[in-house]
Every structure is written in C-alpha cells, then in structure tokens.
Design a protein around this ligand. Structure first.
Ligand code: LLP
Length: 429
C-alpha cells in the first residue's frame, strides 16, 4: 500500500499536490511519503508478531537523516554497511546498540569506530574478517559481538547483480564451513562474542519459495549454534520484493482484493506465514533487514519533459532527470512505472523516456506506451524510494536533486538541491 493517488486530476502524495510541489522546489525532485514508510514498517512488524523479532532497516536503501529518524521513532534498528552509515544513524538519533554491521570489506577504521560506539553485532563474511575483528577488538581491550553470514547456496531467482545467496557470489561463508569456524573461533579468538547467525540471499524477491528454502536449510544450523555456542539471534536478512509494475494502482485496497492465486504479488502475511513455522521453534531472536520493502513504494522521482524529439526510428521524451539521479533502469534494466502528474485524455504514444546524460544507457523507459507527453509536462517515476537517491552520482557534473518528505499536509525539505559550488567543494586548484 502507498499514499500516491490522483485527486482532482493531479497526482498527490498524501495530501500534497505534486505539481505545486515541483513548482516550489523545481525538478528533478525526490518525494517520499512518511505515512507509507510507517505503514510498511508496522505491517511487517505485526505480521511477525508471533516471533521475538527485531527489524533492522537496511540503511543503504534510503539513508536520508529524516527517514532514519522517522524509523528510529518507530522502534526500528538499523543494518549498516559502512562507517558512513553508522555516522548517519547516530546523527539521526538512532542508537549504535541497535545496529548490525554487514558487508564483506570492513576496514580497521570502521571496525574501531563501530566498537567504540558499541554496535549490537558485526555480521562477518569470512574467517579472515572474523580474525581481524578479533585482533582489532583485542588492541582496544574490547570484546566484539559477531555473527557469521552463512551463504546457503539457494537461488533467489532475482537479477544476477542483486542475487547473493549462491556459492559463486562473494557473500557469506559456505554453509558446510560454518560450524567448524564457530568451534575454532570459540577456542581461539578471545576478543569476540559469538552472538548470532545471519543470512541474506538477495534483493527484490517476488516469490516466497526461495525464502522458505533458505530458512528451512539454515534453521537447523542456527539451532545447533544455539546449543553449542549460545547464540541469541538468527537474522534472515532482507530481500522482500515490491511492486514495480502497476505501482500506482497497487496503492489501493481494491487492487489487492481483485488479485488471487498466481496473480497476487508476495504479501507480508504470506511471507510471515511461510517462514514462522521453521523459525518459531528455535526460540531465538529473529532479526530482519528489509530495505526496499520499507521505502521503495514510498518514494517517487519527479521530472519535467524538456523536449520531444521525433527520431527516424523512435519518439524520445527528453526529461530533466537522468541516470545520475536514478540508475536502476540503466544498471539492472529495472522497470519504473511512469505517471503523468496531470491526468489528461491525450492519446497514448510509444516513447523512449530519456535523460540528458551523454550515454545511451541513460533512459527510464524504452518503447513505453504513455499518454502523449508534451514539453513542460511533469512526470513521476514511481517506486523510486529505495536505491534511488542513495545511488545518485554527479556524473556530467549534474547537482544532486532535492528531497522532500511529506507527512499529511506538510512538506519538509529534507535535503537541499546541490548547487554548483557544492559540486566542486573539496577540490583544489
Ligand atoms: N541485508 C543485506 C546484507 C543486504 O546486502 C541487503 C541489500 C539488504 C539487507 C536489504 O535488501 P532489500 O530488503 O532492500 O532487498 N541497488 C539494488 C539493490 C541492492 C541490494 C543490496 N543489498 C537495486 O536497486 O535493486
């Protein structure tokens, strides 16, 4: 569910008219709905109420301070992957003791920073990293809480760039090696505390089956580690997929009510129902690391049509946002629905919606049928709240867009548009 809908012929986020917002703040412009983010967080938590669970929001999906603050207020913990993300969480009012620290390549400085701040757990991804964390903790006279990330060798059936749970991926430790490493670590590494076990098989999973396969495979290992090493948690990672096609309609209850069987996208209730039977008997704290599911459908990128161009083979709508603002189509062939902010009765037209960047990969849609676009029209690229702004770059020396958070009738500027001087700050002549 989300809070983007047409009202009086104009696309709104909650109670705010997006065309007025773009007039005030310019474009390209990211807009997020606070109500949607809260709703997603609360619905996931309530679907899992049978479990002793803790949701650690994956900061990488959208790390704006105001979004982190909103989630901290809801009681979320945070899954971080860098010292920079820890810094953001702390600045936003989150607690280090609610943070898990993932990633295959943590540096000495990052480990030290996280230990000094007192994070809940490092999720280590190799035996070498585990030994290094032990060493750094020893130097500081600390004991580091750690979990190993297990690679369960399960196919997540998602895009190859965001699939992480197969043996050929760089992530985690092979399933068969885990127990031996915990045994050795408990004997030899004196500066770590084996606190849990973690896994994450991939992102944008649209069926429950890979989650079930992974949980069923790894739960017995978690039980064994609880018995042998008294671990206290099992994190099952993130990865819950969202709706990218038919995004706008999926905001309404009626759309969901009209879907059944194969047509029905993965729901949180289905997800919870499928995994709870294997997890509940463990008697462990179950942690989750959702990112996209919390913020993805809660954000749009607004952009204005600069020019129409009739090429020999195609019609192009050239807009003022580019792959530097939202790279998902270029990088993963990711689909984002495009909605005109003003409804019209214009005839459909097949167009390529492209940005101003000097790359042929700079497109948002190819051969897409949309109500005919005209110069000056404002469009919304939907489902852009996760892995949107956070992956932005200044390529072609284009300043980052501004970000707005809507809460009811209120629109807050949560990040200023970059200026040209911001672009060169830190550079020396
Ligand atoms: N936990 C770990 C260890 C992860 O690596 C990730 C995502 C998550 C949790 C959160 O996954 P989510 O619930 O958001 O699926 N940029 C790509 C997605 C990359 C995901 C990286 N890891 C995209 O735009 O599709």
């Amino acid at each position: 569910m989300h809070s983007f809908h047409y009202h009086n012929g104009s696309l709104h986020c909650e109670e705010v008219d997006l065309s007025l917002l773009a007039n005030d703040h310019g474009s390209p412009l990211y807009v997020y709905s606070a109500a949607t983010i809260r709703d997603h967080y609360r619905r996931l938590s309530s679907a899992l109420c049978e479990l002793d669970h803790h949701i650690a929001y994956a900061v990488k999906a959208n790390s704006n301070l105001s979004i982190l603050k909103l989630l901290a207020k809801e009681g979320a913990g945070f899954d971080i992957v860098s010292g920079g993300e820890l810094f953001r969480v702390l600045r936003a009012g989150g607690k280090a003791s609610d943070c898990t620290f993932a990633g295959v390549g943590k540096t000495r400085a990052e480990i030290k920073y996280a230990l000094e701040e007192g994070i809940y757990c490092f999720n280590a991804e190799s035996e070498a990293e585990l030994c290094f964390i032990d060493k750094v903790a020893g130097e500081l006279g600390e004991v580091a809480p750690v979990a190993l990330r297990v690679n369960p060798n399960v196919d997540a059936k998602t895009h190859k760039y965001i699939s992480t749970g197969k043996s050929e991926n760089k992530f985690g430790v092979d399933f068969d090696d885990i127990a031996g490493i915990y045994d050795r670590a408990s004997q030899e590494l004196k500066n770590i505390n084996l606190r849990g076990l973690q896994m994450h098989i991939g992102s944008q999973l649209t069926s429950v089956q890979p989650f079930v396969e992974a949980v069923e495979k790894v739960a017995p290992l978690a039980a064994q580690l609880k018995a042998d090493h008294k671990i206290e948690f099992f994190s099952i990672g993130g990865g819950i997929g969202i709706i990218y096609e038919d995004s706008l309609a999926s905001g309404s209850k009626d759309w969901w009510a009209g879907k059944s069987g194969e047509d029905k996208p993965l729901t949180l209730e289905q997800y919870a129902e499928a995994i709870i039977p294997s997890l509940k008997p463990l008697g462990l704290k179950i942690m989750l690391e959702p990112g996209r599911m919390i913020t993805g459908n809660a954000g749009v990128l607004l952009s204005r049509v600069l020019y129409k161009k009739q090429g020999a083979a195609k019609v192009f709508a050239i807009v003022d946002a580019g792959m530097g603002d939202l790279i998902r189509p270029a990088l993963y062939q990711g689909h984002h629905d495009i909605a005109p902010v003003k409804q019209s009765d214009r005839q459909p037209e097949t167009v390529d919606v492209v940005g101003p960047i000097c790359e042929s990969g700079d497109f948002f849609a190819q051969d897409r049928e949309l109500p005919k676009l005209e110069e000056g029209d404002l469009i919304a690229l939907l489902s852009a709240g996760a892995y949107g702004f956070v992956m932005a770059s200044n390529y072609n020396s284009r300043p980052f867009p501004a970000e707005i958070l809507i809460d009811g009738q209120e629109a807050s500027l949560i990040r200023k548009r970059q200026s040209f001087s911001d672009l060169i700050s830190g550079e020396e002549l």
